[in-house]
Structures are given as C-alpha cells and as structure tokens.
Design a protein around this ligand. Structure first.
Ligand SMILES: NC(=O)c1ccc[n+]([C@@H]2O[C@H](COP(=O)([O-])OP(=O)(O)OC[C@H]3O[C@@H](n4cnc5c(N)ncnc54)[C@H](O)[C@@H]3O)[C@@H](O)[C@H]2O)c1
Length: 252
C-alpha cells in the first residue's frame, strides 16, 4: 500500500519548482493531487505529466490571494476526487530587492498578498473542510528568510515570518481535532526561478551553505511529504530548516 493511497492533496504554486516536486512526490505515493497555480501552462504541464505517469491530478487555475479562487480550489478537490486530506501551501513571491525605504508599497503588497494573505486564505478554506471531517495535515512553505533577516527583502522576510506565525498558532488551535500543521524553511533551492539568476549570484548564495551547494526541489518535497504522512503523527506547530547547515553557520 502506498503512503498516501486514498488521500486527496492540494499543492499551491505547483506549476513550477518546489510545488511541482511536492505534487509529483505526493502523486507517486498514491495521492490524488489538485495542482493550483496562476500559470495555466505551468499547471497544465505538471498535471498532464502526473497523469501520463499513471497518477491522478487535475489543474485548477488559482490565484491564492483571491478568496473566491481559493474557495473554488477546495471545491475542485472535493468535486474531482471526493474529499480533501492534505495541503501544501507553497505559492509565494518576493519583491524587487531593495532596502526598506526603497521598496514600492505596491511591490510590498504583491509579495504579502500572495505569500502571507494567500497562505491565510488557503489555510482558512482547508481548515474549514478538515474541521468538518476531523482529519487533515498542512505543510506551509516558509523560508530561512522567515526565521532570520534576508538582506534587501524586508517585505518577503516579514511575509515568511508571518507564515510561521500562522503555522504555530493554528497548530495549537486545531491540535485536539486530529489536524496537524507544520512549516518548512528552505535555504536557496535550485528551482527554475533561482536558476534564472546570474550564475555569480547563484554561486554567492551557495557559498553561504556549509554543504557548498543549493538544495533540490526533491529534497524539499521529501521533507514535506514526511510531515504530511502518518509517520509524522506527533509533529505539529514545528518549522523545519532545510538548509545544508546554513542557519547554524550564520552569526547569532
Ligand atoms: N527557491 C528557493 O530558493 C526558495 C527558498 C525558500 C523558500 N522558497 C519558497 O518556496 C516557494 C516556491 O518557490 P519556487 O522557487 O519553487 O518558486 P517558482 O517561482 O519556481 O514557483 C512558484 C509557483 O507559484 C506560482 N504562483 C505565483 N503567484 C501565485 C499566486 N498568486 N497563486 C498561485 N500560484 C502562484 C507561480 O506561477 C509558480 O508556478 C515560494 O513560497 C518561495 O518563497 C523558495
């Protein structure tokens, strides 16, 4: 029997990078997956790839910062696969890098709306369903920037700190109802977005990591799927660093 047989999962931002790897890993382990993304080409590509590989997936175009899109996302899981048991709230965005007084309020709003408000809206809709059914597990994708500073990314860092706040508080509020909520905090992960930056910048980011390399989307997906699984049945409210040792190497 596969780990997630009979389970239905939502993965946001699943049309690329970390979300794509989470969706593929969940599907390979038996889950039916709703691929939520604003990008139709990305979402369709990932859903088609899972289906072609023998898994079950459907794409649902979703802007996580839009309340009605998020309500439609949960409805799609129920209508397509008969329920909802697992969620990976992964969609998140940064703003152009700048010191705080140079960040345009509109850029701050865009990053916060997707990263923080989007995670809130998704959790709100998912938890509404989980409470009715007395079961569910959520993993929110935060960042090392949600645990410490991230130079010239104050708006992103604040939003990712907020994601951890949502995780910790909701974990306690739902702990007695069979619902677990955790988050992961990756350092730089070699996703298409990161690989689109100049190689010197990538090398600079990798040099901050004691292991001397960036992480892979698959390494994030392996931790996320562990936290969603019954093997993590006593874990809630936690945030796991996934960083090749980076957080321990930074000055206190
Ligand atoms: N890659 C890294 O180094 C890294 C490190 C730490 C944390 N993270 C976090 O991991 C998550 C995924 O990052 P990634 O590198 O895989 O990014 P990515 O850009 O490769 O993929 C993000 C996906 O989210 C989608 N998306 C953007 N806005 C959306 C919205 N409003 N609603 C729904 N989907 C939306 C995009 O279309 C894209 O498919 C983000 O929250 C990011 O902040 C990434």
């Amino acid at each position: 029997m596969m780990r997630f047989e009979g389970k239905v999962a939502i993965v946001t931002g699943a049309g690329s990078g970390i979300g794509e790897a989470c969706a593929q890993t969940l599907a390979a382990q038996g889950a039916a997956v709703v691929i939520a993304d604003v990008s139709e080409p990305g979402g369709n590509r990932v859903a088609d790839g899972i289906t072609r590989a023998g898994g079950r997936a459907v794409f649902c175009r979703t802007d996580v910062s839009d309340e009605s899109d998020v309500a439609n996302l949960v409805r799609t899981a129920i209508d397509s696969f008969g329920g909802l048991h697992l969620a990976v709230n992964n969609a998140g965005l940064s703003h152009p890098q700048a010191r705080l007084h140079e960040i345009a309020p509109a850029d701050f709003d865009t990053a916060a709306n997707v990263t923080l408000r989007g995670t809130f809206l998704c959790m709100r809709a998912e938890l509404g369903h989980f409470v009715e059914h007395g079961t569910g597990a959520i993993v929110n994708v935060s960042s090392c920037a949600g645990l410490k500073s991230a130079t010239r990314m104050a708006g992103y860092s604040a939003s990712k700190h907020g994601v951890i706040g949502l995780t910790r508080t909701a974990a306690i509020d739902y702990a007695s109802e069979g619902i677990r909520i955790n988050s992961v905090a990756p350092a730089t992960i070699a996703t298409p977005k990161i690989l689109s930056y100049p190689t010197e910048l990538q090398a600079q980011w990798a040099s901050l990591i004691p292991m001397g390399r960036m992480g892979t989307p698959r390494e994030v997906a392996d931790l996320v799927t562990f936290l969603l699984s019954d093997e993590a049945s006593f874990i809630t409210g936690s945030t796991y660093e996934l960083d090749g040792g980076m957080m321990q190497a930074l000055p206190a």
